[in-house]
Design a protein around this ligand. Structure first.
Ligand code: AMP
Ligand code: GLY
Length: 424
C-alpha cells in the first residue's frame, strides 16, 4: 500500500518509522514532513490544511490510505473532503470527520458530550459576551483555583488557571469582550478545578469497537520541577506507574466505553485515535479533555511499545474489523526527552545546524522541528528532536535517553534534565 501521513512533527516521524516496518507498506509519503521523515519516506511540500493540494498529491502518488497527525486538518474537515470527492472517497482516512473532531475543536461541545453520556469530568458552565454577568456569578460559586477555557482551538494556550477570583473575572472579561484568544474565546468554559495527577490514555477506534493503547504521562512545562511556561510537551513516559490495572479498568469502564457508545448514539461515525487527557483524583479518573489525534511527544513513547503491525490496525479501522486485530504491547518502559530551541516556547531561532545524531545507538531519534538543507540537518522549530529509549525500568530508559543526548549538539539546545522526576 502507498501511505500518506499528514504533519511534520515527532509524532509523524514516529508513525513513519513504525509504518516503514510494515510488510504491507509499499511507499511512504509525509506532507510536509521533516529531516527525519525524509530519510525513510518521500516528503511532499504540501500544507495539510490545503485540501486541493493534498488531493493532487494523493492522486499523483496513488495513495491508498491517509493518516492525519495533527488536529487542524481534522477540525477543518479533511476526512469530509475525501468522502465528498468522487476521486477520493474510496481512500480511507485515519482520523475523525468534522463532527467527531469537535470533541477537540470545541470545549463546550466536549463538555456537553461528557455530561450527556455521564462521563466523569469537572463541573462546568459555558458563557458568551451576552452572559458575562452570569459568568461572574458562576465564578463566585466556585473556590480557587479557577479554570477558564477558550472554547475553540487556541494553539494549546487557551486554558487559564487563576488563583484569585478578581483575576478570574478580569480574564473572563478579556476573553469574552476583548477576544484574548480571538474567535476561540467567544465562548468560554468555566470549570471546577480537579486536584490530582494527570495522565493520558489513547484509544484507536473504527467506530464500532476499540483498542486501548498504552497510557503515557507528558511533561508540559518548560522548566524543571514542572515550573514555567506551558509547551507542547518536553518529554513523556509510558507506561504510567500509578495507572495500575485497577485504575485502567475504571478508565475503560467509566470513560472509554461510554465515549465509544456515546459517539455511536449521537450518530458520529468516528474512525481514528482518541486521546483522553485524564486527572486521577484519589483513584478515580476524570476527563480533562479529549483530543482527536495522538499526542506529541506521547506518540514517541506509545508507538515504540506497540509490537503489532500498525498498518494492520489502521486497516482494521478502515474496514471496521478492528475487533479481529490483536494489539500486542511491549512491557518495557519507554521514555522520551525533547530537545528544544533556545527561547522556546517564546520566540526562538531556526536554522541552527544539528550534529551528532548519527552517533546515537541506544535510543531512537525522532525528528520534530528539523529540515535538510545542502545535506545538513538544521533546526526548524521550537521542539527539535525527541530522544526515545526503552528500558526495563524508567531509570534505565531515562539513562539511555540522557546518555544519547550527550552526543547531540545544536546552538542553544535546551532540554529538561528531570523528565520522570515525580515517578522514579
Ligand atoms: P487542556 O488544554 O485542556 O489540556 O488544559 C491544559 C492543562 O490545564 C491540563 O493539562 C491540566 O494540567 C490543566 N487543567 C485543565 N482543566 C483542569 C481542571 N479542571 N482542573 C485542573 N487542571 C486542569
Ligand atoms: N502533548 C500534548 C498534546 O499533544 O496535546
Amino acid at each position: 500500500m502507498n501511505i500518506l501521513i499528514l504533519g511534520s512533527g515527532g509524532r509523524e516521524h514516529a508513525f513513519a518509522v513504525k509504518l516503514s516496518q510494515s510488510k504491507k507498506t509499499t511507499s511512504l509519503f509525509v506532507a510536509p514532513g521533516n529531516a527525519g521523515t525524509a530519510k525513510i519516506a518521500h516528503n511532499l511540500a504540501i500544507d495539510p490544511t490545503d485540501f486541493p493540494a493534498v488531493k493532487k498529491g494523493v492522486l499523483m502518488h496513488a495513495i491508498n490510505m491517509v493518516i492525519v497527525g495533527p488536529e487542524a486538518p481534522l477540525v477543518a474537515g479533511v476526512h469530509d473532503y475525501f468522502l465528498s470527492d468522487p476521486e477520493l472517497k474510496h481512500i480511507p482516512v485515519i482520523g475523525p470527520k468534522k463532527d467527531g473532531a469537535l470533541l477537540e475543536g470545541s470545549k463546550d461541545f466536549s463538555k456537553q458530550f461528557m455530561q450527556k453520556h455521564t462521563i466523569p469530568t469537572a463541573k462546568y458552565q459555558s458563557f458568551t459576551k451576552e452572559s458575562l454577568t452570569e459568568g461572574y456569578a458562576f465564578l463566585e460559586t466556585l473556590s480557587a483555583p479557577f479554570v477558564l477555557k477558550a472554547d475553540g482551538l487556541a494553539a494549546g494556550k487557551g486554558v487559564l488557571i487563576l488563583d484569585s477570583l478578581e483575576d478570574a473575572k478580569s480574564e473572563l472579561e478579556e476573553m469574552l469582550n476583548h477576544e484574548k484568544f480571538g474567535d476561540a474565546s467567544s465562548t468560554v468554559v468555566i470549570e471546577e478545578f480537579l486536584d490530582g495527577i494527570e495522565l493520558s490514555v489513547f484509544v484507536l477506534t473504527d467506530g464500532k469497537s476499540y483498542k486501548v493503547l498504552p497510557s503515557a504521562k507528558d511533561y508540559k512545562r518548560i522548566g524543571e520541577g514542572d515550573k514555567g511556561l506551558n509547551t507542547g510537551g518536553m518529554g513523556a513516559i509510558s507506561p504510567v506507574p500509578f495507572a495500575d490495572t485497577d485504575f485502567l479498568q475504571k478508565v475503560e469502564d467509566r470513560v472509554v466505553k461510554p465515549t465509544i457508545n456515546g459517539l455511536q448514539k449521537d450518530g458520529i461515525d468516528y474512525r481514528g485515535f482518541i486521546f483522553i487527557g485524564l486527572m486521577n483524583v484519589e483513584g478515580s479518573p476524570f476527563v480533562i479533555e479529549y483530543n482527536v489525534r495522538m499526542g506529541d511527544p506521547e506518540t514517541e513513547v506509545v508507538i515504540p511499545r506497540i509490537d503489532s503491525d500498525l498498518l494492520e490496525l489502521f486497516q482494521g479501522v478502515a474496514n471496521q474489523n478492528l475487533n479481529e486485530k490483536l494489539v500486542s504491547i511491549n512491557p518495557k518502559t519507554a521514555t522520551t526527552v525533547m530537545l528544544v530551541s533556545k527561547g522556546y516556547p517564546e520566540a526562538y531561532h531556526k536554522g541552527k545546524e544539528i550534529t551528532g545524531v548519527q552517533n546515537v545507538d541506544n535510543s531512537t531519534v525522532f525528528h520534530a522541528g528539523t529540515k535538510i538543507e545542502d545535506g545538513k540537518i538544521l533546526t526548524n522549530g521550537g521542539r527539535v528532536l525527541a530522544i526515545t529509549s526503552l528500558g526495563d525500568t524508567i531509570e534505565e530508559a531515562l539513562e539511555a535517553s540522557y546518555s544519547s543526548i550527550s552526543n547531540i549538539h545544536f546552538d542553544g539546545m535546551n532540554y529538561r534534565k528531570d523528565i520522570g522526576f515525580d515517578l522514579v
